[in-house]
Structures are given as structure tokens and as C-alpha cells.
Design a protein around this ligand. Sequence first.
Ligand code: NAD
Length: 251
Amino acid sequence: MSTRFTGRSAVVTGGASGIGAAIAELLSQEGATVTVLDLVAPDAASTAHRWQQCDVSDTESVERAVAAAAEEAGGIDIVVNNAGIGAQGDVTANSDEEWMRAWNINVVGMARVARAALPSLRRSDAASITNTASIASTAGLPQRVLYSATKGAVLSMTQAMAADHVREGIRVNCVAPGTADTPWIGRLLSQAEDPAAERAALEARQPHGRLVSAEEVARAVAYLADPQNRSSVGVCLAVDGGMDALRLRPQ
Ligand code: NAD
């Protein structure tokens, strides 16, 4: 069966868990050859994916993994820069080392993967890079200073890269999930005194009364990466139940 990504090769960073795993799954279901670049291996259930062990905070690791992915799949058409880590607290909460680590993974990590993949993307007739930004890119979230700084940078990096590469036929966009139901959020909720009550309160704060699913974010990524979509360029596509458009803010 031919589907929209048949014959396309995709790399998905952070594809072993949560949003990245859903993206890898959907692109694969829709015909792409998907290579997950992650610190850890995807679930055995995600057998459709190849995996290259990769730490996006390390240039050598990224260059090796991207080269291997391109060689094994015969090129790269789609990059999904999704790996990221969280950080909590006000401006006093994080040490210089924590700032540099989050910046290195969340921002430089995406630039590294894009840089390594560009020669392959230039050979594709429908290339795209989709970065995972966040509602934190624009919202002014309380107690998320470091995380927001990195995600704001992802948005501006996306727009600047979109300008640089549009004439080469490489479209660069980002998605901005609201609070998405992934192992990441599970880890945060498990630290609460009453995780079930905390989850219920979190859901109640969403405009549509529930968390965003990883699959919904994956569908937005697939839309932006679709080879038929030649005109979405420099877009930041919110998948947040209306949180941003309605000017609501998670507390
Ligand atoms: P997750 O923790 O479930 O998955 C993150 C994946 O990234 C893991 O597989 C992890 O191994 C991998 N990873 C972490 N550091 C890495 C590194 N240095 N090199 C390679 N891989 C690395 O998280 P998630 O909730 O699926 O988040 C994925 C992305 O979505 C992140 O960029 C996050 O900032 C963004 N996001 C998440 C939410 C949310 O509510 N979950 C909301 C907005 C944006």
C-alpha cells in the first residue's frame, strides 16, 4: 500500500519515548523508513524502526548516528528534532551547569542534527526539518525559566533556518505541544503528594479538559513533513487544546 511517506527516510531524535515514539510510529505506519536517534533503544514493540544510539549533546555522536542512518536508509528526507529535557524553577533554581546542559541538548542538539543532515536533505526532492518547540516557547510559564529559554530559542532558530533553507527546498517548521501525556509528565506527576489529584487538576486547567496526546502531536508533525505540503515554512503549529490562542496559561 502506498502512503504519503512511502520511499522517504526519516530520522526522529528522542524517538524512544513519548512524543518522539508516536512520531516514529506514525511516520513508519505511513510508509517512511524511520531511524530513531536516542540515548536508549525504542520499545521492542516498535520493530518498524531502526535505531542509532545517539546523544544529541555530543557532536561526534550526532555525526556518527546521522551518517549511519543516511547510509542504511539511502539518504534522509525528513528530520524530526524532538529530543529534549525539562527544567523547573525560577531564575535562581538552576546552576550554570544545568543551564549549559539544557541548552546543549534542547537547542544546540537540534542545530547539530540539522547540520549533520543538511547534505542529505539537499539531495532530497521534498526535504523538511520539524523541531519540537513547546507552549513554553511563547507563554511565559511560571517556574520554567530555563526550559522556556531553550524552547523560545527553538522557535527563533526554526524561523531563521526556514529563511536560510527555503530556496533549497528544505522546509523548516516546529510544533508547539501543550501539556502532553507522556512518560515525562508521568515522572513529574509521580513526584506529587497525590499524583491522581495532581493529574485531575492539570487536566482541568487545559482548555479542552484533558492532556494532549502524543499521537495528536505526531499527526501535526506528519502534516508539516508531508512531501505534498510545499508551502508550510517557518510555521509554529500549536497542539495545545487552544491554550495559546485563548491566552490561557498553565499554572
Ligand atoms: P520523554 O521524556 O517521554 O522522551 C524524551 C526522549 O528524548 C527520551 O526517549 C530520551 O531518552 C530522549 N533524550 C533525552 N536526552 C537525549 C539526548 N541527549 N540525546 C538523545 N536523546 C535524548 O519526553 P516527551 O514528553 O516525549 O518530550 C519530547 C519533546 O517534546 C521534548 O523536546 C519536550 O521538550 C517537548 N514537549 C513536551 C511536552 C510534554 O508535555 N510532554 C510539551 C511540550 C513540548
